[in-house]
Each structure stands twice: as structure tokens, then as C-alpha cells.
Write a protein of this length. Structure first.
Length: 372
């Protein structure tokens, strides 16, 4: 009888402890809801409304009718141009995932029933999306040809041939796009956990308060905490790139200078996020959980590493803009597969630096508030 009372008392005590501990309630109820929401709405292996360009070089009704078919397709968000060169620049910059080129003599050759072809160019840096672009384009051309054949009373052979071409990753090797993204995910975990755990340990032991009671300024303190882990993170990044090139034989078409630039900007943001977590949590266990939830999961789900951002709903796409790993994935895939596309790399770097500045400003503000 006494044993049963003790068991009931222990159970009651644990329930009270759970109710008093917000982190347990967050892990039990909030985290599953967030993950279910992300997997249900934000993650999709289907690519919808893929951004492509359609270049109509010639004139004539058939050429523009085919272009209209691409514009009306629910699978594409198409930009129409006369000259393919602006579209090529957009594909190179990563803003378009492919382009369709309708040749100058398309309408004339089609009217004569001569052999006619339509070129489809896909961005191979996203292998799944490149396959979708080819297959969706083939479906649009096939449907349009069938409708036109019925209108003209011709046989099933009516219509243009589709000529596919893949840029940046002609073999469509998935690891060529996955490994740069995997490096970004690894760095997101390392960069956030390094500072989150080490600094929260000092909060637990009380050494952080002792250190901040000295004449050391806030900027000096943050810089002193950041520099060692910045160097470690940069070495880890360089080691990962060497392994990717040497072991997996990935091409690296960019320059080491831009690699260091993008990696440094990302590490500043990741380390700033870790410092902010450790300042708010001041507990190693909670800091580790927070680092995984805010560092690893968004980096894996919302960076474009596995799932195409363009296929996500608008609110999720907006949310991805504050995920630092998104810009590192973009930068590394550009450096490995395309080269020094300065507009893309500078944009990614500047956004990462802006995020880093915001995170360090929040860290400094919260740290001062906690000690007052």
C-alpha cells in the first residue's frame, strides 16, 4: 500500500514538473504541430509553377499558340520573350529553372509538315526540377500537338519534336547538386551548435556573469567568443569541400575567393544564431534542442536542399528568406556547378551579412537585459 502511494506521489510530482517546464510542453505539443505543418504544406516532391522562360523567335499563329500553351500550363510560371539571351541570363542567375526556345521558322515548317523542333533547356543544378521541366514541357507540347492535329484533321505524328538540353549538370547526377547542399546543412548544424552549447555551458557554471563583470565591453566579449569557432567552422567548411572534390569527384567551377566569402558570411550568421540561443536558454540541454529545431530543421526543409522552394506555398516561401542555409545552398551549388556568377554570389553574401548583423544585435541587446 505504501509502495503504491509512493508511485502515485512520484507520478504526480513528474506531472507537476512537466507543467512547470515549458520546454517539455513545447517538445510534446508545439514541435509536432510545427513539423506536421511543414511536412504537410511546405514540403513537396512535386514541382508546381516552375519558373521558366519562353523565347518565341519567329512569328506566326502556331508559334504564339504553343507559347500560350506554356503560359497557360498550371505547372509553369512562364516569362515570354522574343530574344532568348535575356532568358539565358536569368537561367544563369538561378531565377529561371529552364527555358523553351521556339525557332524562327517554326510556323512555316509546321505548315509545310517539315521536321520542326522545339528546344528545352533545363537547369541541372536541381536534378529533380530539371526532370520535371523536361517532362512537363513534353506534356505541354504533346497536348498542344494533339489539339492542333484534331483541328487540322492530321495524323498522330503531327507536331514538333522536343530537343532537351541540360545546363551545369548534363548527366543529371543527383549527388552533384545534393553534396553542396549537404555541406550547407552540416555547416548549419556545426555553426549553430558550436556557440550554443559552449556559451550556454558558461552560463550554467556562472563564469559568463563573472566575465561580463570585468571591464570587457560587449563587442569585445562577443568577438572573443566568436573568433575561435569561426576559424573552426571555416576549417570544417574547407575540409568538406576538399572531400567533395577529392572523394566524390564533384566539379568546382568557382573561385576559392568567393567560396571563402560566402562561407564566412554564412558562419557569421550561424554563430550569431548560436550566441542568441545560448543567451536566451542559458542551459545546455535546452540550447541543444533549440539549435537543432532552429538550425537543422529549417536548413534541411526550407533551404532548397531537397525540396524546391518555388513549389512551396507563399507564406513558407517568405519564411525561407530568413533561413541562412538557403543562401549557402544557393552559393555552393553556384560555385560547384556554374562558376563565379557574381550577381548571385554577392546577393547571397550580402543577405547573410545582414542576417548576421541582426542576430548579433539581438544577442547584445538580450545579454545586457538579462544582467540588469
Amino acid at each position: 500500500m505504501n509502495g503504491w502511494r509512493r508511485i502515485k506521489a512520484l507520478i504526480l510530482k513528474e506531472f507537476i514538473q512537466v507543467l512547470r517546464d515549458p520546454s517539455s510542453l513545447l517538445i510534446a505539443f508545439v514541435l509536432p504541430a510545427i513539423l506536421l505543418f511543414l511536412f504537410g504544406f511546405g514540403v513537396s516532391l512535386d514541382a508546381r509553377q516552375v519558373r521558366i522562360g519562353v523565347a518565341v523567335q519567329g512569328s506566326g499563329a502556331p508559334a504564339y499558340e504553343l507559347a500560350s500553351a506554356f503560359m497557360a500550363s498550371p505547372w509553369f510560371e512562364a516569362d515570354l520573350e522574343k530574344d532568348p539571351r535575356p532568358l539565358e541570363r536569368e537561367v544563369l542567375a538561378g531565377r529561371l529553372r529552364g527555358m523553351v526556345v521556339i525557332p524562327q521558322d517554326f510556323s512555316r515548317d509546321l505548315g509545310r509538315k517539315d521536321a520542326v523542333s522545339v528546344q528545352v533547356i533545363a537547369d541541372g543544378s536541381e536534378t529533380n526540377t530539371a526532370n520535371y521541366v523536361q517532362n512537363y514541357a513534353r506534356g505541354v507540347v504533346s497536348s498542344w500537338s494533339m489539339v492542333e492535329g484534331i483541328k487540322k484533321g492530321t495524323d498522330s505524328d503531327f507536331g514538333p519534336q522536343l530537343l532537351s538540353r541540360i545546363w551545369f549538370n548534363p548527366e543529371l547526377e543527383s549527388r552533384n547538386s545534393l553534396i553542396p547542399g549537404a555541406v550547407a546543412i552540416i555547416m548549419a548544424i556545426i555553426g549553430t551548435l558550436l556557440t550554443a552549447l559552449v556559451v550556454s555551458r558558461e552560463w550554467e557554471r556562472g563564469t559568463m556573469e563573472s566575465l561580463m563583470s570585468t571591464p570587457v565591453g560587449m563587442f569585445e566579449l562577443l568577438l572573443g567568443k566568436m573568433v575561435p569557432y569561426f576559424i573552426l567552422g571555416l576549417l570544417a567548411m574547407l575540409g568538406s569541400v576538399v572531400v567533395a572534390i577529392g572523394l566524390f569527384h564533384l566539379p568546382f567551377r568557382g573561385s576559392p575567393a568567393f567560396l571563402l566569402l560566402v562561407a564566412s558570411a554564412f558562419l557569421l550568421a550561424a554563430l550569431g544564431q548560436g550566441l542568441l540561443i545560448s543567451t536566451l536558454a542559458k542551459n545546455q540541454f535546452i540550447a541543444a534542442q533549440a539549435a537543432l529545431v532552429t538550425g537543422f530543421l529549417p536548413a534541411f526543409l526550407l533551404s532548397g536542399f531537397v525540396f524546391e522552394i518555388a513549389s512551396m506555398p507563399l507564406p513558407i516561401r517568405i519564411l525561407t528568406r530568413i533561413v541562412p542555409a538557403r543562401y549557402l545552398v544557393s552559393g555552393l551549388q553556384t560555385l560547384f556547378l556554374v562558376g563565379d556568377v557574381q550577381k548571385v554570389l554577392w546577393t547571397d553574401t550580402l543577405i547573410l551579412l545582414l542576417l548576421a548583423a541582426l542576430l548579433f544585435a539581438l544577442t547584445a541587446r538580450k545579454t545586457v537585459r538579462r544582467l540588469r
